[in-house]
Design a protein around this ligand. Sequence first.
Ligand code: ACO
Length: 327
Amino acid sequence: MRARISSIAGYVPPRVLTNADLEKMVDTSDEWIMQRVGIRERHVVDAGVATSDLAKEASLSAIQKAGLTPADIDFILVATTTPDMLFPSTACVLQAKIGATRAWGYDLVAACSGFTYALTTASQIVSAGGSRHALVVGADVMSSITDYTDRTTCVLFGDGAGAVVVEPSDDDLIGILDFENYMDGRGGPALCMPAGGSRRPATHETVERGLHYVKQEGQAVFKFAVRNMEEVCRRILERNRLTAEQVDLFVPHQASSRIILAAAEKLGLPRKKVIINIDRFGNTTAGTIPLALNEAVEEGRLTRGNLVLLASVGAGFTVGGVLLRWA
Ligand code: ACO
């Protein structure tokens, strides 16, 4: 049995942080940020707002669009790197918030590949008959782990969430066709939050040294991302005997417009088939792909049967690709 995405929704918090705002906080410029990553503004939460709050808004909207109620959801998978707390899982928090009383579920950590990994996992469970109405969420409050005195990282991230309902497909040609996921764990130190886990629990020293913030070797991440965004797409297209021309829409993880355009160019995908909305949202980690896909749907850029390619590269390093025919 094939699984399909039956509805999609996105949510970002109302507060906007522009490049002009960041110019007042660190030594940066709108020109530098636009040239390097293509971000004009990003949305950030107010104090006290957590990942489950953003996930709730996106989830309720996706459930309603699918013609369901929260009680119909039987499985919840939340991809996030910024859970409300270490435990219980954000999936548990979300289940209670939306009243999905019949659902079991858990969180999945794959950083920027969170949504592609979660969609892959949920589609396998639905295909195997283990769920009829799965809720898959990609949500992050990156502002909670961003050091707003570090210009090399604070310009990159934003907060946001996207949610999809995954159900069995009534047509074997429609739905999630294939996926390609892989990792290279040797890349871990290039992008991480060093403290706050079991190796370095929170102490005054870890807080003073800013070890609860995102740390990144930008160039190492950039090189890996460009190479592997292309590689994962090539692998999945080749295995399915498809060419880039046959792809109707490419929805990549939004980390940098340079990374996206470099990968698209190498694949031979024309700009008009590539969804880029990083200019308005920044890198929302697990939120970017469902937010971008949702915008494409709202803009009427997808019709039933369209071939869609999702691709992500993230901390880990994690790499993910999903090929689907839009339902
Ligand atoms: N404003 C102004 N100058 C800056 C800023 C800033 N915000 N940040 C860094 N600089 C300076 C540096 O200090 C450096 O100055 P120096 O030459 O005087 O030392 C100069 O700009 C160049 O720094 P680099 O780090 O070499 O800049 P680079 O061209 O590599 O761009 C960037 C940095 C944008 C982070 C790039 O490496 C990148 O896009 N990396 C991928 C990062 C990414 O997307 N991570 C997100 C998560 S992972 C993922 O989703 C794939």
